[in-house]
Design a protein around this ligand. Structure first.
Ligand code: NAG
Ligand code: NAG
Length: 450
């Protein structure tokens, strides 16, 4: 790229020089014509002027040449500087200017067909342990039932250990069953969700997006029959969608999406509420073994089984998420969040300082211990096998969001690094793939303006 840029620059630079010499030629011709026209009187003066000018030019060139020679060292080094600047600037230019190029999709070598796809036998390399979830909490003040429960800091520390245990993972209720903490769905939807084994899900809360239907022509017949496509919406968004003419059929479907209305939202912050279906698909779909999450600003443009085969099975991983297209360090992400006023600044600081005091470091790509191409994910597209380690990570990540801010990009690396640090003998097979691949399989739309 840089090479092409430089060679492209050269003719442009030569351009003006060529023009100059051309116009000199024209001047010369004009002055010749003048000479022919008026033989005497002016000839000598024009000729004189012409020669004087030429002499001046020659003198200038002479001086320039020897001036250069005289300042040989300085000149060379400054030429060197120019070259260096060109080389240095080139990537920066391509970094800024061709927006499309930098954020363009790249090829994803999917299988041609999913017809003869075979799920790998239960992958023995994945960590085996048994995870339970806290369903009810007794000793909480009556009015303080929380969807995320009341996890202590000691309990939080313990929960990071990959072992048989029962942890907080949302959906915490009061034992009497009356005080529901939220994320309620109809019984018939619940029945449907309980049967799903492979899920594609998304959500629209607060009418933040239009409904983007998966591109039907790329979805295989197998997936149309066997994969659950579930779009969670709140009542407000449901009304808005209906206003757009999106009316579910008798099965509750709009195209491939099954529309599931969520009532009694667990958080006032809709972005926090959105993290429930995003991170807790193993809880919402208890018998599912694979799930794909996509933000509602994305349209799915590939077959779910092809996606699972490529990002999980072929990569030997149990969790796949793309890295952020521009930022790799949580420090940068914090600044960006504040710059765009994404969240209460002091809440961000509180979370960030907590993480720093518990070992979060700046991203250093040369550190061999990291095994991550970036500390900042582009979390709008996640592919998961519902293995114990993957489920544990999802719960831990969700608990960070429940405890701190809804900005999941701030807590991703911390959660991942802490999980690895506390479980040196149990690997977590996370595949952080290139963002250009995400772009290849999803189409990005703008959010709906209020
Ligand atoms: C963990 O749970 C599994 C299945 O429930 C059981 O087979 C295993 O023995 C348990 N491991 C420990 C260390 O308790
Ligand atoms: C911002 O966060 C701080 C610390 O978490 C909290 O005390 C404060 O009430 C929040 N401010 C607003 C406007 O939400």
């Amino acid at each position: 790229m840089a090479y092409f840029k430089n060679t492209e620059l050269l003719p442009e630079r030569r351009g003006p020089a060529v023009v100059v010499s051309k116009s000199l030629d024209q001047n010369e011709q004009k002055s010749r014509a003048g000479r022919r026209g008026r033989r005497f009187g002016r000839i000598s003066r024009q000729g004189f002027l012409f020669w004087l000018l030429s002499l001046g030019v020659l003198l200038f060139m002479y001086l320039a040449y020897f001036g250069l020679k005289m300042h040989f060292h300085g000149a060379v080094s400054s030429l060197g500087d120019v070259k260096e600047k060109l080389v240095k600037n080139a990537p920066e230019q391509s970094w800024r200017k061709p927006h499309r190029q930098r954020f363009s999709p790249c090829e994803v070598p999917f299988l041609d067909s999913v017809t003869y796809l075979l799920e790998p036998k239960d992958n023995v390399k994945f960590a085996h342990f048994s995870l339970g979830y806290i369903e009810t909490e007794e000793k909480t003040p009556l009015n303080e039932a929380r969807f995320g429960g009341h996890q202590t800091l000691e309990g939080r520390e313990e929960s990071y250990h990959a072992k048989n245990q029962t942890i907080y993972c949302g959906f915490v209720r009061k034992p009497d069953g009356y005080l529901n903490t939220g994320f309620d769905v109809d019984e018939k939807d619940k029945k449907y969700m309980n049967r799903c084994s492979v899920v594609v899900s998304s959500c629209i809360f607060g009418s933040s997006d239009f409904l983007r239907r998966p591109s039907r022509k790329v979805i295989s017949e197998y997936s149309k029959k066997n994969v659950c496509f579930v779009m969670f919406v709140d009542e407000e968004s449901f009304v808005k969608l209906s206003g757009d003419g999106n009316i579910p059929d008798e099965n509750g479907n709009i195209g491939l999406w099954r529309i599931v209305i969520v009532r009694n939202l667990p958080y006032e912050d809709l972005r926090k509420t959105g993290k429930v279906p995003k991170l807790l698909s193993h809880r919402l779909f208890p018998s599912s073994r694979y799930s794909i999450w996509l933000d509602s600003k994305l349209r799915l443009n590939a077959d779910p089984m092809q996606i699972i085969e490529y990002f999980l099975w072929r990569a030997g991983s149990e969790y796949a998420i793309s890295n952020h297209y521009a930022r790799h360090c949580v420090w940068e992400e914090v600044l960006q969040n504040k710059r765009l006023n994404k969240y209460n600044h002091s809440a961000i600081d509180e979370q960030f300082h907590f993480y720093q005091s518990d070992g979060l470091t700046k991203f250093d790509s040369s550190d061999p211990q990291i095994h991550l191409p970036s500390f900042v994910p582009e979390g709008s597209f996640i592919v998961r096998a519902h293995t114990p380690m993957s489920n544990l990570f999802s719960c831990l990540w969700f608990n960070e969001i429940d405890r701190f801010t809804s900005r999941d990009q701030l807590s991703f690396a911390y959660t991942y690094l802490k999980l690895r640090r506390l479980n040196p003998n149990k690997h977590f097979y996370l595949n952080m793939f290139k963002d250009c691949e995400r772009r290849a399989i999803t189409k990005l739309f703008h959010h709906r303006l209020p």
